[in-house]
Design a protein around this ligand. Structure first.
Ligand SMILES: [Zn+2]
Length: 146
């Protein structure tokens, strides 16, 4: 396998910085601290991402923020091979995966910048990695586990 020249994903143009809402601010701040924050419902016991005012599984308001393990399994993925918009034009090809977290019910769509697209597999184990997004916030990426 050829060496994969890793583009610099630490460069975050201003227009890509998160603009948190009241609902999701905890997620972005948590990622800035290196924590994957998701919501847990005490009525049905399931988890969810993205943040909402109501549980997406049972409709109740009984939600609390918790820190997820950061571990999960790739449910599906795609390989981005073309993107004309900076800074993504310098990052292709890269993997974007839908990850089922180990916390039941929570699923994220995230980039996997360090993964060679040829190595991506449905069912592979992954864990969260964090990338700065300005002074306060962070992005959640995933890397292959183990
Ligand atoms: Zn619920």
């Amino acid at each position: 396998m050829p060496d994969r020249a890793m583009p610099d994903w630490s460069d975050v143009p201003k227009w890509l910085l998160p603009r948190p809402t009241l609902e999701d601010r905890e997620f972005w701040e948590g990622a800035g601290r290196g924590e994957l924050r998701i919501q847990h419902c005490s009525s049905c016991g399931r988890y969810q991402h993205y943040a909402r005012l109501l549980c997406s599984h049972c409709g109740k308001q009984t939600l609390a923020w918790v820190t997820a393990s950061g571990e999960g399994t790739v449910y599906s993925f795609t390989v981005i091979r073309q993107n004309g918009v900076p800074p993504f034009d310098e990052r292709v090809p890269f993997v974007v995966a839908t990850v089922d977290l180990d916390e039941d019910g929570a699923r994220l769509i995230a980039a996997m910048p360090a993964l060679d697209p040829g190595e991506a597999r449905i069912g592979m184990r992954v864990r969260a990695a964090f990338r700065r997004a300005g002074d306060e916030f962070g992005f959640v990426d995933f890397v292959a586990a183990g």
